[in-house]
Each structure stands twice: as C-alpha cells, then as structure tokens.
Design a protein. Sequence first.
Length: 321
Amino acid sequence: MKVQLVKVHGSGNTFYLYEALYDDKLDYVNMAKQLCNPSINGGADGLLLVLPSDIADAKMRVINADGSEASMCGNGLRCVARHVCEKLEIDEAIIETMHACLTVRKEAPIFEQLPTYSVEISPISFELSSLPLFLEDKQELHHERIAAFSEDIPFTAVSVPNPHLIGIVEKKYIENTSHQQQLAAFLNSDNEYCPNGVNVSYVLPISNDEIFVRTYERGVGFTNACGTAMTASALISTMENIVSGNLITVYNPGGFVQCSVEQYNDKWKLSLIGNATIVGYYEIEYSHNKIEFIDCVITEEQVQYDKCNIYTENRLRSFTQ
Ligand SMILES: N[C@@H](CCC[C@H](N)C(=O)O)C(=O)O
C-alpha cells in the first residue's frame, strides 16, 4: 500500500505526520519504529496520526519512537494544528487528544516568517498518581530534593497530562548531560518509581521571563525539544517565582517557543506558541510490515528555520558565556 507522509517539526522535535482518512488497518506501532530509525532518512522522534473525530475537527494520536503511545505532544499538536487548519481553511480548530479536546490557533510568526501556532496544554495535575510516580507517602512533589534522584536538584512532578519530572538546575547540569541521562534512563527502565516511565527535564533559569529547557523524553531519549515539557517547565518556574509575567520564552536545543501561563481562580491555563514547520512530503510503500521510501519533495521551510536557529544560538551564547 502507498502511504503519503509529511515530515514536520516544532522546535526541531521531528515527526512524520500521517492522515488516515479511513480505517486502513495499518500497524502504526511498527510504522513508527521504522520511520523513527535514525539511519533511515534521518529518522524522527515520533509518528503523529491525524484521524477523523466525532467530537472535534480532527483527532491526534502520538506514537513515540519506541512504539509506545503518548497521551499528548505539544510540539506535535502545533504541526497537526497547521495541517488541519490549512486543510479546512480555518484559523482555529479543536483537536481531540487522548484525554481532552484542545483549542489550537494560527498565530503571528514568533520569528520572521515562521508558520506559528498556539496549542492549549491541558489537563494539568500535580497528583503523583496521575503520572504515576511512587514516592513513599507523598501525594505531590513540589520543588523538593529526593535523595534517590539527586542530592542537590529540586524536582517537581506534574502531568499535562503526559508525565513530567522537572528539575531546576545550575549551569553545570546543562553543560554536562550525564546526570540527566543517567536519571532519565533509570526512570524509564524497569524501576520502582515510574512504572510507565517519565519525561525528565532540566531547567536553567535565564532571566525573569526566560528559561532554557532540555528534555529526555520517555520512549525516545534526548530530543531537541518537548513541547509539553517546556510548558510544564514554564508553569513550575512561575510557581517557584523564578520567572514572572504571563509569557515565558523557553529556549531549547532546537529553537525557542513561548509559553503562556495564566491563573484564574486557582486554576492554571497553559498554552504553547511556536513554529510548525513542514520539512517535506514523502511517499512510502508499506507492505509485509516493511517501509520503503519511494518519493520525496523537500520544502524551503527548513532554510527559513535555520535562520531562527542561528538567532537562538547567538541568544544562548550571550547567557552561557
Ligand atoms: N515531544 C512531545 C511529547 C511526546 C510524548 C512523550 N515522549 C511522552 O511519552 O510523554 C511534546 O512535544 O510534548
């Protein structure tokens, strides 16, 4: 069977997007594992499925590189938002995800001409059972040191609704990734704390409205960026008075986004604003569970995005030197 795919990214978090217009009985887990293999066409961090929905403009499913399914994906949702809005010729849409129907919207570019979308990030829970994360008698974890994780990094746990463990760190933990690598690999292996794994982010405060976030993603490993992690990090940084104001700029190894963090009557309202870049259009042959790339048309959009990367690198250099 011939399958049409779009390669997309949000902050360098890269996905193949496939729109299934009918029940095609394809093995999406097998497809994701092959498409994400870095030795084939550069790989990707996941497969985004755009499916018909009875209650929204479309439904998104997210398959991680290892074949596990995630309940949400912020960077991926921006790319799905663009796909659906352009197809339906609308500027705002509702996308059904595993646990919520979320509003997505076309926005003014965050940098030069970059196609930019905002996506709602919800529901939010601090209950450890929502991740789940098991820590003796604790119900929640807020900016606290856990000896088994680190002697000096305070961690917060939150689900949005995919699970995140977020540490506020000093520069040495950003310059050298080994602590994050070891902790995240442990929490994503067979372990007593996070039986379903967890996305682990290290956050470096930069200014009163800027942070840097690097994430080791469950089901993938280190990625250029994780949208839900950056939004959750902006929330935690706000709650801990590390940043102030409603719009936080979040730099990451693949670019930058803006996260809107607002509070109404004790309830947090989060959204993620950033690029939704189309890298290329691909045709594959998928038969006997094997993928073969047949054709591709690469767009000019990455050239434009590279300029944004140069801007981000220069900006980051000014913080880190
Ligand atoms: N990159 C994503 C999150 C993808 C899912 C994650 N790996 C998980 O398993 O929770 C994002 O942009 O939010």
